[in-house]
Design a protein around this ligand. Structure first.
Ligand code: NAI
Length: 326
């Protein structure tokens, strides 16, 4: 039988982990068996042992092994896929620079550990916030891993946008193609309907309602995280786990013909985006690699929003440079 895919998950005892591990173990990435390698901070290891007991109790046929620990170099040893979920949330009274330093410490160390011990074919997906800048920090601290192997998660935003557009147009999510999230996984992100399709027709032509796009669609997608916290009393976890699985599966197995996905990846300057930042683009994937969809016409409305979100990422990059994290 096939050698298991070694999948590391950080923050495995957290909320997202509690959903993500079971999805991965039940085959969300495909038929190949997986080995889970779970990283947590020392005080969370006991809780993580409980989660592993539950994984055992599911008797998942595709789960070949589970290892847990608090040492990144041990857990990342030989991993083919690393899902970096664990991060430091913003606490009361915490400034943005405090948040960036706390996460900087985590993602510099994890980048270095991956650089040292991960498998040659490793792919790294960052879910933990601020995801784009955390990915930039890990990438910069892993100089021997090709930069194209790092990505930050905007797939949840992408899925939210698909769901909103399907509801608006009375169609199924299966009818929505070519959705794009541009920029940062933050309130400045730009969900773009101008290139999306509904049942093969241009989405904006179908909707034909600029006010809805501006005043309803964009803010609903961009502020969905806050709406969920408000309703549920806790941040989105199952949907974030689901999107993390979708993103990893498509990266490894390829996107379908006639569609694309949103991934935050290192910019090569496409669409006038500042080179070197990790920002979301429309991408297709094939054979474990991605390429940015080229040649889309960007109207003035989109241009302003893409530029504003990327300007925020340039500021975050300046802040972490200032802090000596990259
Ligand atoms: P959580 O607080 O429930 O879990 C985070 C876990 O990470 C905790 O168990 C903590 O002990 C662990 N952790 C902290 N530092 C660590 C380190 N150095 N190494 C390993 N583990 C470490 O948070 P939750 O709800 O699971 O969310 C995780 C992250 O995902 C947060 O940063 C959240 O903002 C982000 N998120 C991102 C989304 C996206 O679309 N990109 C969507 C939803 C959440």
């Amino acid at each position: 039988s096939a050698t298991p895919l070694k999948v590391a998950v950080t923050g495995a005892a957290g909320q997202i982990g509690y959903s993500l591990l079971f999805r991965l173990a039940s085959g969300a990435l495909g038929d190949r068996p997986i080995e889970l390698r779970l990283l947590e901070i020392t005080p969370a290891l006991k809780a993580l042992e409980g989660v592993v007991m539950e994984l055992d109790d599911c008797a998942f046929p595709g789960l070949a092994a589970v290892e847990i620990g608090d040492d990144a170099e041990k857990i990342f040893d030989g991993v083919n896929l690393a899902l970096l979920v664990g991060a430091r949330p913003r606490g009361p009274g915490m400034e943005r620079s405090d948040l960036l330093s706390a996460n900087g410490a985590i993602f510099t160390a994890q980048g270095k550990a991956l650089n040292k011990v991960a498998a040659d074919d490793v792919r790294i997906g960052v879910t933990g916030n601020p995801a784009n800048t955390n990915a930039l920090i890990a990438m910069t601290n892993a100089p021997d891993i090709p930069q194209q192997r790092f990505s930050a998660l905007t797939r949840l935003d992408h899925n939210r946008a698909i769901s909103q557009l399907a509801a608006k147009t009375g169609s199924s999510v299966n009818d929505i193609k070519k959705m794009t999230i541009w920029g940062n996984h933050s309130a400045t992100q730009y969900p773009d309907v101008f290139h999306a399709e509904v049942g093969g027709k241009n989405a904006f032509d179908v909707v034909n309602d600029q006010a809805w796009v501006e005043n309803d669609f964009i803010p609903t997608v961009a502020k969905r995280g806050a709406a969920i916290i408000d309703a549920r009393g806790a941040s989105s976890a199952a949907s974030a786990a689901s999107a993390t699985c979708n993103a990893a599966r498509d990266w490894l197995n390829g996107t379908p013909e006639g569609d694309w996905v949103s991934m935050a990846v290192v910019s090569d300057g496409s669409y006038g985006t500042p080179e070197g930042i990790v920002t979301s683009f429309p991408v297709t994937t094939k054979d474990g690699g991605w390429s940015i969809v080229q040649g889309l016409e960007i109207n003035e409305f989109s241009r302003a929003r893409i530029d504003a979100s990327n300007a925020e990422l340039v500021e975050e990059r300046a802040a972490v440079t200032e802090l000596g994290l990259i």
